[in-house]
Design a protein around this ligand. Structure first.
Ligand SMILES: Nc1ncnc2c1ncn2[C@@H]1O[C@H](COP(=O)(O)OP(=O)(O)OP(=O)(O)O)[C@@H](O)[C@H]1O
Ligand SMILES: [Mg+2]
Length: 365
């Protein structure tokens, strides 16, 4: 296990900047998840840390070593990809032990390490099977086992669960979490899955166009997004953002009601006409009063999306489309209008021009 440090890292493909002056410090034993839109450079960053892609500028340190110019096999990392290529003619155990065999590790020791990893991944009973005799999820476990037997300083995962069905994903996710709690490996993990990011990460790194937009605990990114980009990217359905003005100590939603400034934004009291975006998570709408002193307002449901344990209601609020997350049974029918309350403590305000949060730094919601 080791810490990972990336300093001033940059990557160009031709004239195009893919990674731009990126700094990132990952503590020993930390589980860091990279998220961001397709093409923002997540895989490129992982491949640079792995040594599969040369750097255009900057430095990569693993543990105490500068590995920037070392070959992948001298970096003491293991990478698990979305498309895990197992050798078809080898059994699961042979696949898992292959890298150790290449390194001339004695067979008894290989068997030990393979058995240890297999036990952790619950695949002991599958070790003599060939890949074609395994399910997709079992193959993915073998691919993870292959990384684990090497006991690398750092694990790099690039969407390792995205080829699995929903049920397998959920159980593998729990397995990875359990393993990390027990073994405390240093992990850098890329995913598009919000729940994977929120449940696995010690810290989430939100990337945008080759740069880091925000780093923080999952709770930080969810409850204190620094920009509208992070606000919209973290959380599903996405946060609603309504154009508004701050004036005379209130937030005046464009074409809609006005609300008193919540505590976290009290420092904006003197503003007179500042353009802002009012951020409201879908779950911050309530039918019952009593959660805040904010006035209620009418929303007409234009579309209902039942999702089992909850219902997404898409409706019209002051001429803007908003998404609400409600309990089944309480949700309005399509076309119905209801009065809703908002939890004033749960709203966000962003400057409309800079798109940065206006939350008072010292505030904790
Ligand atoms: N070998 C290459 N040559 C030129 N451009 C490349 C190369 N590899 C990646 N790119 C470009 O670099 C950018 C970042 O790609 P990357 O694969 O890192 O994105 P990503 O964040 O992993 O996206 P996704 O979520 O779709 O996997 C993209 O615009 C991609 O087209
Ligand atoms: Mg990728």
């Amino acid at each position: 296990m080791a810490q990972v440090e990336v300093v001033g890292l940059a990557k160009k493909f031709g004239a195009v900047d893919i990674i731009r002056d990126l700094d990132l410090r990952i503590a020993n034993g930390e589980f860091v998840v990279l998220v961001g839109p397709s093409g923002c450079g997540k895989t490129t960053l992982l491949r640079m840390i792995a040594g599969l892609e040369a750097t255009s500028a900057g430095e990569i340190r693993i543990g105490e070593r500068d590995v920037t110019r070392l070959s992948p096999r001298n970096r003491d990392i293991a990478m698990v990809f979305q498309s895990y290529a197992l050798y078809p003619h080898m059994t699961a155990a042979e696949n898992m032990g292959f890298s150790l065999k290449l390194s001339k590790v004695p067979q008894a020791q290989i068997d030990d390490q393979v058995n240890r990893a297999a036990k952790m991944l619950h695949i002991n009973h599958l070790l003599t099977r060939k890949p074609r005799e395994l399910s997709g999820g079992q193959r993915q476990r073998v691919a993870m086992g292959r990384a684990m037997v090497r006991q690398p300083a750092v694990y790099l995962f690039d969407e390792p669960l995205s080829n699995l069905d929903a049920q397998l994903r959920t159980s593998m996710r729990a397995e990875i979490k359990r393993m990390h709690l027990e073994e405390k490996q240093t992990v850098i993990y890329v995913t598009h899955d919000q729940i994977e990011a929120m449940t696995l990460a010690d810290r989430i790194v939100a990337m945008r166009e080759g740069r880091i937009e925000q780093i923080g605990a999952p709770d930080d990114l969810y409850n204190r997004p620094a920009t509208t980009f992070v606000a919209k990217f973290i959380g599903s359905p996405a946060m609603n953002l309504l154009p508004a003005l701050v004036r005379d100590g209130v937030i005046a939603v464009t074409g809609g009601p006005s609300f008193p400034l919540p505590q976290a934004f009290a420092h904006l009291k003197g503003e007179n006409g500042r353009e802002v975006l009012l951020g409201i998570r879908p779950e911050a709408f309530h039918l019952e009063a009593g959660r805040s002193d904010w006035p209620s307002f009418a929303i007409t449901a234009s579309l209902i999306e039942p999702c089992g344990a909850e219902v997404y209601v898409i409706g019209d609020f002051a001429g803007q489309e908003v998404t609400l997350r409600l309990q089944p049974g309480t949700a309005p029918q399509r076309g119905q209008t209801r009065d809703f309350h908002i939890d004033a403590g749960a709203v966000h305000l962003f400057d409309a021009r800079t798109e940065r949060s206006l939350r008072n730094e010292g505030d904790t919601p």
